[in-house]
Design a protein around this ligand. Structure first.
Ligand SMILES: Cc1cc2nc3c(=O)[nH]c(=O)nc-3n(C[C@H](O)[C@H](O)[C@H](O)COP(=O)(O)OP(=O)(O)OC[C@H]3O[C@@H](n4cnc5c(N)ncnc54)[C@H](O)[C@@H]3O)c2cc1C
Length: 473
């Protein structure tokens, strides 16, 4: 389709992931003409959404793939806890409520669900899993969008927006200009932008630039260009640029798009040491699903931004095996050599740890009474000596999932300029998730926010295009 020079497009959607697709489909259902601009070429479309597995859903009674109940109040308390209060309650409750009804709409657009996968994250009550994962979800939405007449341009990264007095006028991509009556920005965070990450993380006391050693777990296309442009043009910002969801992933992971198969989930069953063979944090502080997302940042603070998860044979079979096996050895000395760890320091760490273990009744499903005594840092649960060969070790690096800086929105998804809502510019997904999730994370909430606000933004944009949007309502 040729670029629109006049306003022959009702709704321009910037982005090509879950939030963008939800917005485009909803606007189209409301009778608007829609053009989507996706930065990635067709083969790489869909942003981080292709890597997802599930979304978190409120429900008062068992629902198809979801067991038991997960009421609004419990979902809200979970969100409140992980964000430490850095959330907008009204917007959060809007997201939570819409999660109880969105699956019927998703199914109408071809998304299929399946019961929770077994493994280390026990989510059968709270999270609905996509059959075929996020890739199948994104493909289903694209098929639905194409058959509904949504126009899609791939390989079209937007460089800048034209904004006049808080109102969207046009988007520019390369030499092209795309005018439209309204716009939904759904272009993700800035986690793929290594320069911006470097700037946000800065230089540490060892003279290192930690972000240089990060890998990006998802797409390479979330460069934050539209986010930066919006903030520079007066959009109100929310969230902290240094905050991100950051996991310790297999150090052999590719720079981009390693996805979930680079996760290594054995940390709580063994010990973690740094480059110098020293432990640096309590590996048994809490259940792994509540702690896995802190280890990226912890490893980022270590020399060379590297950690090594060490386990013995007792741990095998108790965690989801990583796709790529780690180093294995019959002795701890041999393991140290294979991992290029200083042997003497490593052996001292392990023998001090082993001597400090007070083993009670081991149970990985509860916060058990196996702990260390007189050791700094302690291991407060699941502490058992590392003594049974074969021994295994995995080198881990920080893997960034997404950043938290975004634009402020209201319940209509309208972008705010100096506290005033725009009449025709809306935002959805990771680019505004910081309104609900100022820090921390609870599994599946990224897709819940994107689905809820994608649909809200699409509906608001269609209304605005037809002159029926009341920003003050
Ligand atoms: C490995 C991994 C696993 C995850 N698992 C889950 C999970 O199971 N459940 C969950 O809830 N969340 C999960 N998340 C988080 C989830 O991916 C995000 O919360 C969600 O996908 C955000 O959706 P979005 O549409 O806002 O962004 P994205 O899906 O990232 O889409 C952003 C889109 O914008 C496009 N874009 C960027 N800049 C421009 C530009 N300038 N012009 C045009 N287009 C642009 C990109 O190409 C992309 O298509 C996971 C993330 C990763 C990386």
């Amino acid at each position: 389709m040729s670029p629109s020079s006049a306003t022959d497009t009702d709704v321009l959607v910037i982005g090509g992931g879950n939030a963008a697709l939800c917005a485009a489909l909803t606007a189209r259902e409301a009778g608007a003409s829609v053009l989507m601009l996706e930065s990635a070429p067709r083969d790489w479309r869909g942003g981080n959404s292709v890597h997802t597995r599930n979304l978190r859903c409120m429900h008062d009674a068992p629902q198809d793939v979801l067991t038991d109940a997960y009421p609004e109040e419990e979902f809200w308390q979970d969100l409140l806890k992980v964000t430490g209060g850095q959330t907008d309650e009204a917007l959060a409750r809007l997201v939570i409520r819409s999660s109880s009804t969105c699956r019927e709409w998703m199914k109408r657009h071809g998304v299929r669900f399946q019961p929770s996968l077994s493994g280390t994250l026990h989510l059968s009550r709270t999270n609905a899993f996509f059959m075929g994962g996020g890739k199948a979800l994104v493909n289903a939405y694209y098929r639905s969008a194409e058959s509904a007449g949504v126009a899609i341009r791939y390989a079209t990264p937007v460089d800048a927006l034209e904004i006049a007095d808080g109102a969207f006028v046009a988007a520019r991509a390369g030499g092209e200009r795309f005018a439209a009556r309204t716009c939904v920005v759904a272009s993700g965070g800035f986690e793929s932008n290594r320069e911006w990450l470097r700037e946000a993380w800065g230089r540490n006391e060892r003279g290192e630039w930690p972000a240089d050693n990060f890998v990006v777990r998802g797409t390479r296309y979330n460069m934050g260009v539209v986010l930066r442009d919006l903030i520079a043009k007066g959009a109100d910002a929310v969230g902290d640029p240094t905050q991100s969801h950051c996991v310790a992933v297999d150090a052999r992971a590719p720079l981009y798009d390693g996805g979930i198969c680079t996760r290594v989930d054995c940390v709580s069953l063994g010990v973690m040491v740094n480059r110098d063979g020293e432990r640096f944090y309590d590996e048994g502080e809490d259940f792994w699903p509540k702690r896995y997302a802190i280890w990226g940042r912890l490893v980022a603070m270590q020399p060379d931004q590297i950690g090594h998860a060490i386990i013995d044979a007792k741990a095998i079979g108790r965690f989801m095996p990583p796709v790529f096996p780690g180093e294995q050895a019959a002795t701890l000395q041999e393991l140290a050599r294979k991992l290029r760890l200083p042997e003497a320091a490593f052996m001292k760490t392990i023998s001090e740890y082993n001597a400090a273990c007070r083993v009670g009744t081991f149970d990985h499903a509860v916060l058990d009474d196996c702990r260390t005594e007189g050791l700094a840092p302690p291991k407060t649960h699941w502490a058992r000596p590392i003594e049974t060969p074969p021994f295994s070790g995995y080198a881990l690096k920080p893997g960034i999932t997404f950043t938290y800086l975004g634009v402020k929105v209201d319940r209509h998804a309208a972008v705010r300029f100096a506290g005033r809502p725009s009449g025709n510019l809306f935002a959805a997904g990771e680019v505004m998730a910081g309104n609900v999730l100022g820090k921390g994370y609870t599994a599946g909430v990224g897709m819940t926010i994107g689905t809820a606000f994608g649909r809200i933004a699409g509906a608001s944009a269609a209304q605005a295009a037809h002159g029926a949007f009341d920003a003050a309502a």
